[in-house]
Design a protein around this ligand. Structure first.
Ligand code: NCD
Length: 325
């Protein structure tokens, strides 16, 4: 693996290798001395053209715990806000000797462009490109699911295993969600069943034609029809809806009534089912405070697992290179 651009191109073997490595990384994070010398002398650049809290600090923490030097480069307060092109930025990063670039961009395909352009030689990790993909988010979600639902709830027991036969619902703004864009192919690769719940206006074209995905237009119907092992609530991405959200659904109240997860709906899920959300949450819109803070919610754990998964991705791309040489 040279880059991590999407989950479509991850084989089952690659995905399991990343999850297993993340398990080992997570174990090192429980020690008193959490820093590993693995990427000493390497430079990781965080290139963020779009706002981010958890993804950027998570990649930063991951790179630092592997002893890499980290340069944060965000659009606000840099020449990126003066309209410098992706090409000129890449040439600058190359000149600075970046070994890996973590890129978040508003344009779908930006990470791939950077990887394939020849403008720079470092490894590219996609941290979210437009409405397309966000592979490390899907990997941390799969890691969290595996930790709770496979191998007796232990990484050691889950090692080498996929998510065979488990069923997950992904609920909400599928159309604008790169999290869904990465989760759907990864879950299928790992052998899980995928249930999509969304208003028809927030479904990507062609989704209902897929024979391997069940689609429902209300959350109640999906809870009734499937034994869900987990439910992933997505943020309603108002910033990607032109006209401030009008047109995609009649009102926030109606959205919550048909698609929101609250305590009452949560209690109708199987007892072992977990609740995920990539954050940031719109509390009161797609998820109630009771559901978000419920003991079966793993939302905070997703954030800490994100560091372990990003350590694994950086390690496999950068240190794997040395082993291959
Ligand atoms: C997601 C993103 O930016 O795509 N958030 C994240 O990475 N934690 C989802 C979102 O913004 O809704």
């Amino acid at each position: 693996m040279r880059h991590l651009l999407d989950t479509d191109s991850l084989s089952r073997e690659d995905a399991i290798r990343i999850l297993d490595t993340a398990g080992q990384m997570a174990a090192t994070q429980e020690r008193e001395m959490r820093k590993l010398p693995t990427l000493r002398g390497r430079t990781v650049v965080n290139l963020f053209f779009e706002d981010s809290t958890r993804t950027r600090i998570s990649f930063e923490a991951a790179a630092k715990r592997l002893s890499a030097d980290v340069i944060n480069f965000s659009a606000k307060g840099s020449s990126l806000s003066k309209g410098e092109s992706l090409k000129d930025t890449a040439l600058t990063l190359q000149a600075m000797g970046a070994d890996a670039v973590v890129v978040r961009h508003w344009a779908s395909g930006a990470a791939q462009r950077l990887a394939e352009s020849g403008w720079m030689h470092g490894h590219v990790l996609n941290a979210g490109d437009g409405t397309h993909q966000h592979p490390t988010q899907a990997l941390l979600d799969a890691f969290t699911m595996r930790r709770h639902l496979v191998g007796g709830g232990k990484d050691s027991g889950a090692n080498g295993k996929a998510l065979e036969g488990l069923t997950f619902a992904i609920v909400g703004d599928i159309l604008h969600s790169r999290v869904a864009g990465s989760n759907i192919p990864l879950l299928r690769t790992l052998g899980a069943n995928v249930v999509i719940v969304a208003p028809p206006t927030l479904l990507p074209y062609g989704m209902t034609d897929r024979s391997d995905i069940a689609v429902h237009y209300t959350l109640d119907e999906a809870i009734e029809a499937h034994d869900l092992d987990g439910i992933m609530m997505l943020r309603v991405q108002r910033e990607r809806m032109t006209g401030g959200g009008s047109g995609f659904f009649p009102s926030p109240e109606e959205y919550t009534r048909l698609f929101g997860l609250d305590g009452e709906r949560l209690r109708r899920l199987p007892d072992h089912a977990i609740v995920l959300h990539p954050g940031p949450m719109n509390r009161g819109l797609e998820i109630s405070a009771e559901a978000a803070d419920h003991p079966r919610s793993v939302i905070v754990e997703q954030v800490s697992n994100g560091v372990a998964v990003r350590m694994a991705a950086l390690y496999l791309l950068l240190a794997g290179e040395e082993a291959a040489e």
